[in-house]
Design a binder for this molecule. Structure first.
Ligand SMILES: Cc1cc2nc3c(=O)[nH]c(=O)nc-3n(C[C@H](O)[C@H](O)[C@H](O)COP(=O)(O)OP(=O)(O)OC[C@H]3O[C@@H](n4cnc5c(N)ncnc54)[C@H](O)[C@@H]3O)c2cc1C
Ligand code: FES
Length: 265
């Protein structure tokens, strides 16, 4: 884990309230795995004082060398609003890579990836990682859901990687009208995948976990909790485990990626 003062490479608006932020980083990030996150803070940020957690969206390479990391973020409150005003050359405080990411199982061929809204953020890195491992991405089905078409992010990038894409929106403005779990559940009847990877709002993850369990398909979910320290010190990110009732896990050090079967979600 590194804590460093890094430079903003870019801060691009990619949707009504979505941005990508490119940051320089330590070479050690070359060993980061998808699902790991960083904690970000603007050095003169007084209120709110605490860093904010963001998934690593992608590693940025230049001529084969790691140049930085990119995060994809949605403006929801005070910090993210301030991040949206950052410009190339500004400096920020970066801490990471943190947490446990997705594990890529061996003998996995047919993969489902499910993303709800900004939950897509760590899943581009996951596909980038699969590609590096030589996985056949045409056997990877990606389910992207959002409230409306503005919230359906990264579809061109998934397509460029050769994955199959299924889009749903709550209002029907893009793809099928409905929930992202609708085509996912329908796909299960035809040919269940070897594994499901998912990130999105709690209700979506709950539904994906239920579908996975009833079809006996392993499922890894990346969860979002409120995090103050990101390092196991404040105990503010506790989530309830399923197997030993009463046993809490901490999203920042035990997760944020968990086997869905291990959590009470
Ligand atoms: C491991 C992890 C990875 C994350 N990755 C990303 C990412 O890649 N991109 C991204 O846009 N966001 C991500 N988030 C959420 C992000 O951390 C919050 O959106 C951010 O902290 C909000 O800060 P703020 O000061 O702008 O908003 P605040 O003023 O703190 O909050 C504004 C509103 O957002 C809600 N909110 C705050 N934090 C969260 C949260 N963690 N989950 C859900 N709602 C929240 C609050 O309840 C409030 O309603 C991640 C969170 C975690 C725990
Ligand atoms: S955020 Fe502090 S213990 Fe997890």
């Amino acid at each position: 884990m590194f804590q460093e003062n890094v430079q903003v490479l870019w801060n691009k608006k990619v949707g009504p309230s979505f941005y990508t932020l490119g940051l320089t980083c330590n070479r050690g990030y070359a060993d980061a795995v998808p699902g790991q996150f960083i904690m970000l803070r603007i050095p003169d940020q007084k209120e709110p004082l605490l860093r904010r957690p963001f998934s690593i969206h992608r590693l940025i390479y230049d001529g084969g060398h790691l140049k930085g990391i990119e995060i994809l973020y949605k403006v929801v409150g005070e910090c993210t609003k301030r991040y949206s005003e950052l410009m190339e050359g500004h400096r920020v405080d970066l801490m990471g890579p943190l947490g446990n990411g997705f594990s890529v199982l061996t003998n996995v061929h047919h993969i489902y990836i499910a993303a709800g809204g900004i939950g897509v953020a760590p899943l581009i890195f996951l596909v980038q990682f699969f590609k590096k491992k030589g996985l056949d991405l045409s056997a990877c089905d990606v389910f992207l859901g959002g409230r409306s078409k503005e919230e359906v992010l990264c579809k061109d990038e998934f397509m460029r990687h050769g994955t199959k894409i299924y889009i749903t929106t709550d209002d029907g403005s893009e793809g099928e009208k409905g929930l992202v779990t609708d085509p996912l559940e329908a796909g299960m009847i035809q040919k269940p995948p070897d594994i499901i990877y998912a990130c999105g709002p709690p209700a979506m993850l709950k539904s994906v976990a239920r579908i996975a369990e009833s079809n006996k398909v392993p499922c890894q979910v990346s969860i979002e909790t409120v995090m103050a320290c990101g390092m196991g010190a404040c105990l503010g990110c506790a989530v309830e485990g399923k197997k030993d009732s009463g046993k809490y896990r901490h999203a920042c050090i035990d997760g944020p990626v968990f086997d869905a079967a291990d959590l009470k979600i």
